[in-house]
Design a protein around this ligand. Structure first.
Ligand SMILES: NC(=O)C1=CN([C@@H]2O[C@H](COP(=O)(O)OP(=O)(O)OC[C@H]3O[C@@H](n4cnc5c(N)ncnc54)[C@H](O)[C@@H]3O)[C@@H](O)[C@H]2O)[C@@H](O)CC1
Ligand SMILES: [K+]
Length: 481
């Protein structure tokens, strides 16, 4: 897992580390890493036109020192200083001594922009002067008429570093070069896609980061390790049998899609219980189907909700599943049925794992308020309140546990914003729970695989939920090979 830390924790670590080093060491390390990446992007530094956007703090200092390194290698470096009274003096001197220059407007030709407007000292959206300069800069073109490459220093300026919120205008970077550790804005919220590709430069900070990370990001190896490995001695109950209680005569598609998600997972068998049974068996002949949950036979986890509707039959289904001592995924309509009343009591009384999978509107109904600007905090709060793992869907899906650990999924894809893909996710998650994964591991794994499957499906054109379900098996196979 790749951890990301909040600003206060980064500052504390930097202070502890800086106390043992000659002044300016960290900035030199940061600038060296930044210049190295810019040089890689430019391929040929000599003769390249580099513009530095310089704000009032050390973020600008990093950019100025990196600019000095590039100027010494023959780049034409121009610093556009937003507030000359508050510029990083030593950095500016280093730049001019290396042959760079400072002015208040962007030059005509720009191959590469270094965004040193603001870093972890940011408050609110980009200020108006900075936004105007950014706008002008983005109108410029490179030596070959191309759009300039944007490299953000530490974070794209204008984002809220701790929450990943984007309160106003902000830089959209192609590459962000960050120092010491990732910050939440790189991995959650609307800020995450603005960071582009994130490169982490080691400045020796890691041993000094003593606080718990704000959020953890799984990578391929984590997911490959989490996935159950099949053994020759396996039978269906060691692989996990999952029960699906979704869909209805009105919404049979939800039942078919959640079953498809479950079948794509590492399950030994899928049982279905509900009024859409005939449709499900037609679409998936290997599924054992009954009308009622109580007749379903032995399962090791339940998925309930999507397409059930909210009538009495649906409420009975949710109640019946919650009354078992099995792990449960509560999705879609089940979440709406949880709002208020006896369901909440049933949830509180359970000791078996539960995973809630809301999108924003379902979250708002459940929590009584929108997820808001701090999606990690919101998911953590709902998880603590419901005693369930919460998987808050989004471009960067968040998984939060009742004890406060949070994960951000890095494989999100706009392709997944289409009807029925949530059903596939819930089914897959159920099959991972039935396979014995801890609920937060199952949720993180399901989100990751689902995102990869969405990307894979999108390579062949517009994506439908069946495409995502179909893409899951090869994605899982590839990952575990
Ligand atoms: N603290 C350290 O040890 C290190 C810090 N480094 C760099 O220093 C940065 C932090 O430096 P600072 O603490 O000086 O803070 P910043 O440089 O991030 O920002 C502070 C300045 O930005 C202005 N500002 C705040 N919000 C703004 C907004 N929304 N729009 C426009 N301007 C805004 C403020 O007036 C303030 O003067 C890091 O992000 C990193 O780039 C690196 O050199 C590595 C070491
Ligand atoms: K920046």
């Amino acid at each position: 897992m790749r951890p990301a830390w909040r600003v206060a924790d980064v500052r504390a670590a930097e202070e502890a580390l800086m106390a043992r080093l000659p002044e300016g060491t960290l900035m030199q390390r940061a600038a060296a890493g930044l210049a190295r990446r810019c040089a890689l992007i430019l391929e040929q530094v000599y003769g390249a036109h580099v513009t530095l956007l310089i704000g009032a703090g050390n973020n600008g200092g990093d950019a100025l020192y990196a600019g000095a390194i590039l100027a010494r290698r023959g780049a034409a470096v121009t610093a556009v200083v937003l507030d000359p009274a508050k510029v990083h003096r030593e950095g500016l001197t280093a730049l001019t001594q290396a042959g760079g220059r400072a002015q208040d407007q962007p030059p005509r030709t720009i191959d590469l922009v270094v965004d040193g407007i603001v870093g972890i000292g940011a408050k609110g959206g980009l200020r108006s002067g900075a936004a105007t300069t950014l706008h002008r800069t983005l109108e410029r073109r490179g030596r070959h008429g191309q759009r300039p490459t944007m490299v953000a220093v530490d974070v794209p300026s204008g984002v809220d570093v701790d929450t990943g919120d984007v309160p106003g205008k902000a830089v959209r970077a192609d590459v962000t070069v960050t120092f010491g550790c990732l910050k939440p804005a790189h991995v959650v919220g609307p800020a995450a896609p603005l960071a582009g590709e994130v490169e982490l430069v080691d400045i020796g900070l890691r041993p000094w980061l003593r606080a718990d990370p704000a959020v953890l990001v799984p990578d391929r190896a984590d997911i490959a390790q989490a996935l159950p490995k099949h053994r020759p001695t396996d039978e269906k109950y060691t692989r996990g049998v999952v029960g699906i209680a979704t869909g209805s005569m009105t919404y049979p598609g939800a039942a078919i899609m959640s079953t498809a998600g479950a079948l794509a997972g590492p399950t030994g068998m899928v049982r279905y219980a509900g009024t859409a049974r005939e449709y499900v068996v037609q679409a998936h002949p290997s599924v054992i189907a009954t009308d009622r949950i109580t007749d379903a036979g032995r399962v090791q986890a339940w998925v309930v909700g999507s397409g059930l509707g909210t009538d009495e039959t649906a409420a009975t289904a949710v109640r019946t599943v919650l009354a078992t001592s099995l792990p449960v995924v509560l999705d879609a309509d089940a979440l709406n049925l949880l709002v208020g009343g006896t369901m909440a009591d049933l949830m509180r009384g359970r000791s078996a794992p539960m995973v809630l999978t809301p999108h924003d509107r379902e979250f708002a109904r459940l929590a009584g308020e929108e997820p808001g600007n701090d999606r990690v905090g919101a998911a953590q709060k709902l998880a603590a309140h419901t005693n369930a793992v919460v998987l808050l869907k989004g471009d960067r899906t968040i998984v939060a546990t009742p004890s406060g650990t949070a994960y951000a999924n890095p494989t999100g894809s706009a392709a997944l914003a289409t009807g029925g893909t949530g059903d596939v996710l819930a089914g897959l998650l159920g099959s991972l729970l039935a396979g014995g994964l801890r609920p937060e591991v199952a949720a993180v794994t399901a989100a990751y695989l689902h995102g990869l499957a969405g990307r894979e499906a999108a390579r062949h054109g517009p994506v439908t939920a069946p495409d995502v379900a179909d893409a899951l098996r090869p994605v899982i196979e590839h990952l575990t090979r």
